[in-house]
Design a protein around this ligand. Sequence first.
Ligand SMILES: Cc1cc2nc3c(=O)[nH]c(=O)nc-3n(C[C@H](O)[C@H](O)[C@H](O)COP(=O)(O)OP(=O)(O)OC[C@H]3O[C@@H](n4cnc5c(N)ncnc54)[C@H](O)[C@@H]3O)c2cc1C
Length: 578
Amino acid sequence: MRRIRYLCDMAPAPATFKRIAPSFRLATPPKLRQESATFPAARPHTRTNDAMPAAPIPPPDSETYDLAIVGGGVNGVGIARDAAGRGLRTVLFEQGDLGQATSSASTKLIHGGLRYLERYEFRLVREALIERERLLDAMPHIARPLRFVLPHHAGLRPAWLLRFGLFVYDHLGGRRRLPPTRTLDLRTDTAGTPLLADYIRGFEYSDGWVDDARLVVLNARDAARRGAEIRVRTRFLAAARTDGLWRIETEDAASGGRATLHARALVNAAGPWVDGVVGRTGGAEEPPKTVRLVRGSHIVLPRMFAHDHAYILQNADGRIVFAIPYDDDFTLIGTTDVDHDGPPERAVCEDAEADYLIAAVNGYFRRKIARQDIVWRYAGVRALHADPSGAASKASRDYALEARDAAGAAPILSVFGGKITTYRRLAEAALARLRPWFSDLGPDWTAGAPLPGGDFRAEDTPALIARLRADYPFLDDRQARRLLRAYGLDAFPLLGDARTDADLGVAFGAGLTEREVAWLMAEEWARTAEDVLWRRSKLGLRVSAADAARLEAFMENADGRARKMRETERTKGVDAKP
Ligand SMILES: Cc1cc2nc3c(=O)[nH]c(=O)nc-3n(C[C@H](O)[C@H](O)[C@H](O)COP(=O)(O)OP(=O)(O)OC[C@H]3O[C@@H](n4cnc5c(N)ncnc54)[C@H](O)[C@@H]3O)c2cc1C
């Protein structure tokens, strides 16, 4: 048994891109084609995708894949996208909905991790800083730059030291477009208005924000259009090596039906379940006991301040709490770091955690908040690969990849830890680790490749919103902005030939219509109202319970019909999607 362990071995990404399988491509909406003369120009680098030669997609009747991936979180779908783009025949299993676990429960920051500088994690910070602007460029619809205000007080490190740390953060690598740090007089700056009068001086620096759940689904879409199969609500049961391949058993969560397939390599990207999956891969391998489960909780309240900057607040215990503008009308506050004992799926934000966050914020803001102000709370579990001793908040956020094979074949690659921010680099590193078993693997290609709907420049967003409203005059400004921010250029094909409100079908409240739901079911693997209201969007914050129930009934019906169609197609031997 060969055993190789790599700790974040990052191969530098050459600036060349290879190929894309043109097997599935959304048609350019006719309206865009007609008026392309006035349409904002796409960035030249994004055109590179079109120049890629076609992927060698194996015949659809073959049940042997190159790569089988367990886990539809950001790391699993990121690896699926990268692998499919390099020509590997890839299948991914997600036991529930895409991004349902940690990857939709993050603080949603694309950041270098200012606080990791204190722990001298320079490599992690530098890599994340370089990645920050790359990601912002590749997904201008779902991500955006964000300014953070750090109020200074006597309990913190001296102001000069913080300023120095921020100088290092600004110059450690990768900052091209984002503005640098500046010092604030909180007595006169708008950022000081909601703060207690004690806060006189502060700093303002740059990082990024991303809709984490949509990041997952857009990676899955891109993987699918490059030839990957994304099987949601499909649980990985077990795998065993036979004749140099993995024989994999899965179970359909709805029907309980079992399926068997083969793959040359297995990727375990099961996040908090990573050890469990290792334990179900047969053989005498001991599950690596390197994972530590640490829960982080967030609370959401009605908007607490009028501007669009976020706050980074140092709590009395030395931890950091963020207060971030969220979905126009709300403020997101998080997070906690608590060792998580139960199963990962039982992660909830406990009252004690909510109280901790409330107290942290009340130490800074004039307006006091209380538990009854909370409109939503959520929790996620980090699977950190750190030493189990020591404070949870001190455990490293870095990641590790572990690869093993048997007699030079059937490798399993397990992913431990990681951040949303580093998911694309992690995927590159995972493919680099798999290269010994796939000698004809294509080169790195994802740096700079836009996600679906994201092939435009961030500065063109207002023009695109205006264009959407011009093409679809029945949309109000809020609806147009929401659609553009969620789907980017794909908002146009989503709305298609609609001429009036009525063409969008049943309305489910808060601007959600049958046409959007149909898109989410057909293109984004949504099956339930929860998928739509809490992951593909955050409309759950706005729709009534009655509307949510109507949506659930509508989707159950539509899913039943879609299932029947998929079954019929399958028995006819047609490759159904998704
Ligand atoms: C509170 C909190 C805040 C965070 N904030 C940030 C942040 O601001 N910025 C940042 O960069 N990072 C942040 N992170 C880290 C980031 O969210 C995680 O690193 C990332 O989401 C991990 O993704 P993953 O794909 O490894 O795991 P997951 O998202 O947990 O995905 C694993 C998937 O595997 C599936 N699965 C498990 N077992 C099976 C099976 N047997 N069969 C099929 N599927 C299975 C699960 O259902 C799950 O969907 C935060 C994390 C937490 C917890």
